[in-house]
Design a protein around this ligand. Sequence first.
Ligand code: BEZ
Ligand code: FE
Length: 298
Amino acid sequence: MAQLEADDITQAVLDRMTDCNDPRFKQVMTALVRHAHAFVREVELSESEWMEAIGFLTATGKTCDDKRQEFILLSDTLGISMLVVALNQLKAARAFEARGTSAVKPTEATVQGPFYWEGAPELALGSDIGEQMPGEPAYYHGMVIDTAGRPIANCCLDVWSGDGDGVYDMQMGDDAGMRLRARFHTDEQGRYRFWSIKPSFYPVPDDGPVGAMLRRMGRHPNRPGHIHMKVYAPGHQTVTTHLFVADSPYLDSDAVFGVRDSLIVPFARHEPGTAPDGRQMSVPYHSATYDFRLVPQA
Ligand code: BEZ
Ligand code: FE
């Protein structure tokens, strides 16, 4: 019989994959089909609602270009990006603990977000990437160690953030180029230090389809103040993470669910004077310290 009834369609789609010879792809697609069909059944999706969903996904794709990634934003705001990060972090933590060396807890990962730009300039330790940008100066310093507590020399910190108004270089217009981002390498003792600004909370880009979705869901688009970093060294697992500003609004309601308590860092405020690296500051500034901890590769 050629005709399939509603109850039989799910199994019929799954049966068409008998010739699939990629077991992982088959597993993923089987679950995707099962869950998608269960969703349609659960909400009794109407034809017009399904066309609206297709229109939304089409508009999401059309909003993407080389500077804007609306699909990542969709994944982020639906909590999928953070769920993937958290599950993989759990897996890595279990594998690490199984090796019996849990002396120092590895730095937690969080979402990368859409504003990472590969190839940021390599700058000397102590450089200021926040000069001329809106925002109060902040001095960042600390170490990179491994989970046995050993300093990691020549470890790369690929750093990026928005300015003191929460605007990223990618949102500043075509001529802005790279701002507020750089790659630093730790010294022989595993230490890093650099200047930037104290990051502000900001809304994720909400002038596109994802913004419309958030408003219809009754949600705000804001992220608490944070600075991003990808920390990597040969022989160690890369961690993509943030440092969150401890006194920022929205720590309890991050639009992309990325906050981890272990990544919330106090920003101490200082009056003008001599900064820890000897720099003479004529304006108030902040300092933040954090030691990154990387897992050695098995
Ligand atoms: C960010 O932190 O840069 C970000 C993360 C997710 C969505 C939008 C922005
Ligand atoms: Fe960000």
